[in-house]
Structures are given as structure tokens and as C-alpha cells.
Design a protein around this ligand. Structure first.
Ligand code: FES
Length: 96
């Protein structure tokens, strides 16, 4: 039976994609994250990680700790809010 339910909306990953990956040998959250990009979308896994954890536990019969799931990473180059908000010449200006 195929499981077409979407598990990770951000990366468009179905329950069947997760099950297939587990059967291929990706048997922890970090491996599944790297293989399927689960948890790498805009929500950073808030929606999908708990669902993937349940699927992983069901398929492997092992208890999975979410604490082993990597946390989100900060940006590579820090940038101030002032720099983000700074308006450049000609940007966001309306002609009058
Ligand atoms: S639903 Fe998976 S990263 Fe957002």
C-alpha cells in the first residue's frame, strides 16, 4: 500500500518517500534530513519532524529521540537589522 500523505509540506515529501528511505537504510533523523531535505524548509521542521519521528519509530521499532535532531543554524554572515531595513536609492520609491 502506497502512502501518499504529505509529511513535509515545505519540501513536498510524502510518507511513502520517508518509508522508502528508511527501507534503503536511512534509519535516523539526521540521515533522513540529508537524504530528503526534511526539516530544511522555511518552517525548519516544526511541522514535519514529529511526523517523521513517528514513521521512523513505526518502521524500525525503535524509540527515536528528537533531541538528536540538529537545531537550526544561524546565517553564515551575521547581518544587522538596520542593514536589512536600509533602503537603497531607487528601491521602494514611487514616482511622483
Ligand atoms: S514541513 Fe518540513 S521543513 Fe517545513
Amino acid at each position: 500500500m502506497k502512502h501518499h500523505a504529505i509529511v513535509c509540506r515545505c519540501e513536498d515529501i510524502t510518507e511513502q518517500d520517508v518509508i522508502d528511505a528508511i527501507h534503503q537504510g536511512y534509519t535516523d533523523l539526521e540521515e533522513l534530513r540529508r537524504k530528503l531535505r526534511i526539516g530544511m524548509g522555511p518552517c525548519q521542521g516544526r511541522v514535519c519532524i514529529s511526523l517523521v519521528k513517528k514513521i521512523l519509530e513505526k518502521e524500525t521499532g525503535k524509540k527515536v529521540s528528537v533531541e538528536s535532531y540538529p537545531t537550526s543554524r544561524p546565517p553564515v554572515i551575521p547581518i544587522s537589522l538596520g542593514a536589512l531595513a536600509k533602503k537603497t536609492r531607487g528601491e521602494n520609491e514611487t514616482k511622483s
